[in-house]
Design a protein around this ligand. Structure first.
Ligand code: ATP
Length: 372
């Protein structure tokens, strides 16, 4: 079953309050499409519009080229799983999975086959005879998801299916979702998350939504390499990108503040700086793209000093948080596992070739075009 969904100039208001503004995008047949953005951005509202649980205030949604307003929700062949889905406590896992099929008058044999297939896909087949209370949190979550996936469908709408799980379970299920993606390759999946690692690892394309609007739609790698603005750059990356307001020296080809100067001559940013041409700019550089030393004299020039204020280990890498004399915080990631003591002096130097320039007024990326 193949389904394509198109939004053309779609806006949505609840009473006086607009929550989506002029959305234009397409979700392709068989695509795993991730809606990503902060809380309240309008992600769930988009899902409800696709499902037919809400109606557009203006614009059109096309499902396989047909105006969706003419298609009743039950005719849309869409299956949904929202974050707070529940299981029937008195029914076994098998019966919980079978109930949507029974409601849709599937034959006994077909129910058996589809429940088995779904349970295998989600690796819950050993628990088919158990009651929900005999399952772990992650297993319950998978059964809930199974209830959405057990019915054949052109579109699956999955709204934060990994929400409310602890970090370890989330990461386990995230890798299982990779397999699930393969099993669902004949369907269109729209997946909502506000977790950037989920968006990065699952999406064929990611649609970043912020403040009622689409900010960027692209492959996860392209968004990471070429974030459209400061806000997307901050959302895509953990630890977050360092953002420094700087002045420009167009003759020397540098950006600078009262503490240090970053030379851009000979880097891909040089041409972008020339084109930009304004006196103030925002320089962005991810934590992994900084060098650091705890020894004075290690760098000859182009470094800034700070004080270490924190150290943590995340994803097998150390992260040093430091504060510069002007109060600005800088995170750098490092291979070392040995903590750096708070209060230590630290000398930091960004790799300008890996940096970004953002317009000081609009915060738009003025250094797009990076290939990595
Ligand atoms: N039925 C409603 N009536 C009025 N306002 C609503 C209604 N449903 C949602 N909203 C508002 O619309 C905005 C978008 O909500 P939505 O649930 O789509 O966001 P979201 O991106 O899914 O957020 P979250 O990640 O927190 O679930 C929010 O400001 C919300 O308060």
């Amino acid at each position: 079953m193949k389904t394509k969904i198109e939004f053309r100039g779609v806006s949505k208001s609840y009473g006086e309050v607009q929550v989506l503004h002029d959305l234009n995008f397409s979700i392709e047949e068989n695509e795993f499409f991730v809606l990503f953005g902060p809380a309240g951005a309008g992600k769930t509202t988009i899902m409800k519009l696709i499902a037919g649980l809400e109606f557009v205030s203006s614009g059109t949604i096309l499902i396989d080229g047909k105006d969706a307003t003419a298609i009743a929700p039950e005719k849309r062949k869409i299956r949904m799983a929202f974050e707070n889905f529940t299981l029937y406590p008195h029914l076994t896992v098998f019966e919980n999975l079978a109930s949507p099929l029974r409601n849709n008058k599937y034959s006994k044999q077909e129910i058996k086959n589809r429940v088995q297939k779904t349970a295998q896909m989600l690796e819950i087949d050993p628990y088919l005879n158990r009651l929900p209370k005999q399952l772990s949190g992650g297993q319950k979550q998978r059964v809930s998801l199974g209830r959405a996936l057990v019915m054949e469908s052109g579109v699956y709408l999955l709204d934060e299916p990994l929400a409310h799980l602890d970090a370890k379970l989330r990461s386990e299920l995230r890798s299982e979702f990779q397999n699930l993606k393969t099993s669902l390759r004949n369907s269109t999946v729209v997946y909502v998350t506000h977790d950037y690692t989920e968006a990065m690892s699952l999406g064929d394309r990611v649609c970043v939504i912020e403040d009622k609007k689409i900010v960027q739609i692209d492959t996860p790698q392209s968004i990471y390499n070429n974030p459209r603005n400061v806000s997307v750059a901050r959302m895509f990356g953990q630890p977050e990108i360092n953002i420094l307001p700087m002045e420009t020296d167009l003759h020397k080809k540098t950006v600078f503040n009262q503490l240090f100067e970053i030379p851009l001559a000979g880097t891909p940013l040089e041409a972008h700086l020339d084109l930009y041409g304004k006196p103030s700019v925002i320089f962005g550089c991810r934590p992994r793209d900084w060098e650091f030393s705890l020894e004075h004299g290690y760098f000859q020039d182009g470094f800034v000093q700070g004080e270490v204020v924190g150290f943590e280990i995340k994803n097998f890498r150390g992260i040093i948080l430091s504060r510069l004399e002007n109060g600005q915080y800088i995170s750098v990631s490092c291979d070392e596992y040995s903590p750096v003591a708070p209060g230590s002096r630290i000398y930091l130097k960004p790799n300008p070739a890996a940096g970004y320039l953002f317009d000081a007024d609009t915060e738009q990326n003025v250094s797009l075009g990076r290939e990595m």
